[in-house]
Design a protein around this ligand. Structure first.
Ligand code: NDP
Length: 516
């Protein structure tokens, strides 16, 4: 795999003072590359350069920026093999998880934002009932904030780190991306690809480094887009509040799935298996816990156990080789083991899996199904972020809704029922940013819909109109026509007659309602 030295311009021309970070391939234990650990001074220098580059980038206009993003879409497809290889090398995920959940996302996103940015950010002509502005031209304008900081996690280096840069760039901002220290190589490769596509120097820079680099970035930018854990998200929010800059936070989750007794159990079991184990469970909106109505419980559990038992786990060797790849982040394996051990201690049964895969240099965990679980167990209340699926029997839909909402998190949820109207009614009662009926996670691929979390899962959202407007400030523009009064009636000098007249007008306009 390419080291940073093999990726020209990967250092962004900035001298770094810190040590190098070695990037591990979690599936093999080998080093996939090295990147510089940039300190606060380097980040400040990047910020200065990003600010210098931004006005010219904004002046490209939607068409000019869209052209470069469209080229980048083509570049990504032409170079998808290399990008997949890079993603796999630093995450240990399967070829399919890289291709389906990352390449297809970014490919779509480049085209989507190139096409939709002009409409989402178009000037809006506003009408007003306010008397004093009659005859004036009122416009709401979206103006790029300037320099955006994007901080990303390690689970989807293309989708979740790089993906949020695309609308920020489309809006006319310059961007500094701080990828996770665990998975920085994909971001460097993408930045190189964008340069090849004509993105001007310093409009997108990659600040490789650890948490401190991220903290330094928050101190420099005009807005921060953060994806990661709720714990770090709070720190970022505090730092942003001190600087009075906006922060958009996409944080952790504990997504529930509710299976009603009338559900298509074969479909529900396939979805539970796939969306719990996909990306080895290291997805913010993966199915993390299941509530099944009692009459359907035994059949559902049997189906899921059989399907999970059949999954192959191990080092990905190209397409079709394994279903479940590596655990990317070393401490995550400890969390998974701790949650399973805690559940067993408190009376849960393991139907399949339940152990880390021993032997070999890679880091893997067996796809695991847990039953006899309840909310005293960490596996039902805390984010596990691994290939585990705890399934709980509930008396009815009411109990399922109560337990689904019994969580500090509120990212996504799924409801399975053949009665889709009832499924939707239940979905509307769940305290989550997105609820899928007879589906799961699919909302993430719909770039027209907002994706964001309720409760401790975040603030703000990505995608949709709000997902690009957040990278802009709203500017109100009021233009008075050339032929206007020299002095408007409410101005100095105050005169008894005009003041009374205006008071009468206000009464006429606003005083005709009733008080009951
Ligand atoms: P972390 O919160 O540990 O890290 C996220 C990013 O923040 C990393 O780049 C990290 O750098 C950086 N960072 C660490 N400390 C600071 C700081 N003080 N200031 C600024 N940045 C800092 O999350 P993980 O990488 O472990 O990602 C997993 C989490 O992300 C899970 O909780 C998951 O649910 C969530 N997530 C949420 C998504 C959503 O859309 N809601 C999508 C994907 C994941 P470094 O890695 O170098 O320490």
């Amino acid at each position: 795999m390419a080291t940073v030295e093999q990726l020209p311009h990967a250092h962004n021309g900035i001298a770094h003072v810190g040590e190098e970070i070695a990037v591990e391939n979690p599936a093999t234990g080998q080093t996939a590359g090295t990147v510089p650990d940039l300190g606060a001074a380097a980040v400040a220098d990047m910020a200065r350069r990003g600010r210098l580059a931004q006005p010219a980038w904004e002046a490209y206009g939607f068409e000019g920026r869209g052209r470069i993003l469209s080229r980048a879409q083509k570049w990504l497809m032409d170079n998808s093999a290399q990008v997949i290889e890079t993603i796999v090398s630093e995450t240990g995920k399967t070829f399919e998880d890289a291709s389906l959940a990352e390449i297809s996302y970014a490919g779509n996103a480049f085209g989507f934002w190139a096409k939709n940015a002009p409409e989402y950010l178009a000037d809006e002509r506003v009408k007003s009932g306010q008397l004093l502005v009659k005859g004036k031209k009122l416009t709401l304008r979206y103006r790029p904030l300037g320099l955006i900081g994007v901080i990303g996690p390690w689970n989807y280096p293309l989708t979740n780190s790089f993906g949020d840069c695309i609308p920020a760039l489309a809006a006319g901002n310059s961007v500094i991306l701080k990828p996770s220290e665990v998975t920085p190589l994909t971001s460097l490769l993408m930045a190189e690809g964008l340069r090849e596509c004509g993105l001007p120097e310093d409009v997108l820079q990659i600040a490789t480094g650890r948490g401190e680099t991220g903290a330094a970035l928050v101190e420099e930018v005009d807005m921060i887009m953060f994806t990661g854990s709720t714990r770090t998200g709070r720190k970022v929010a505090e730092a942003a509040a001190k600087r009075l800059i906006p922060a958009s936070l996409e944080l952790g989750g504990k997504d529930p799935m509710i299976v009603l007794s009338d559900a298509d159990l074969e479909r529900a079991a396939n979805f539970a298996t796939y969306y719990a184990m996909q990306n080895a469970g290291q997805t913010c909106i993966s199915i993390e816990r299941v509530y099944v109505e009692a009459p359907a419980y035994d059949e559902f559990v049997a189906k899921v156990s059989d399907k999970v038992r059949a999954l192959r786990v191990g080092q990905p060797q190209g397409p079709g080789s394994v279903e479940v790849g590596a655990i990317t982040f070393p401490p995550q394996l400890e969390t998974i083991e701790a949650h399973v051990a805690d559940a067993i201690d408190k009376g849960a049964r393991v139907l399949t899996g339940g152990h880390a895969v021993s032997g070999g240099a890679g880091r893997f965990y067996e796809p695991t199904v847990l039953v006899d679980v309840d909310h005293t167990m960490q596996c039902m209340t805390e984010e596990t972020f691994g290939p585990t699926l705890p399934i709980m029997k509930v008396a009815d839909a009411e109990e399922a809704v109560r337990l689904a909402n019994d969580s500090p998190y509120g990212l996504g949820a799924s409801v399975f029922s053949r009665d889709v109207a009832r499924g939707e009614q239940i979905a509307r009662r769940l305290e989550v940013g997105a609820a899928n009926v007879n589906d799961a996670m699919i909302n993430y691929t719909v770039l027209e819909l907002p994706m964001g979390g309720a409760k401790a899962s975040g603030l703000g959202s990505r995608h949709g109109a709000g997902g690009i407007r957040k990278y802009c400030s709203q500017q109100a523009i009021v233009v008075t026509p050339k032929l206007a009064l020299k002095r408007e009636p409410h101005m100095y000098p105050y005169k008894r007659r005009t003041s009374r007249l205006l008071a009468g007008v206000f009464k006429f306009l606003y005083g005709r309602g009733k008080r009951d």
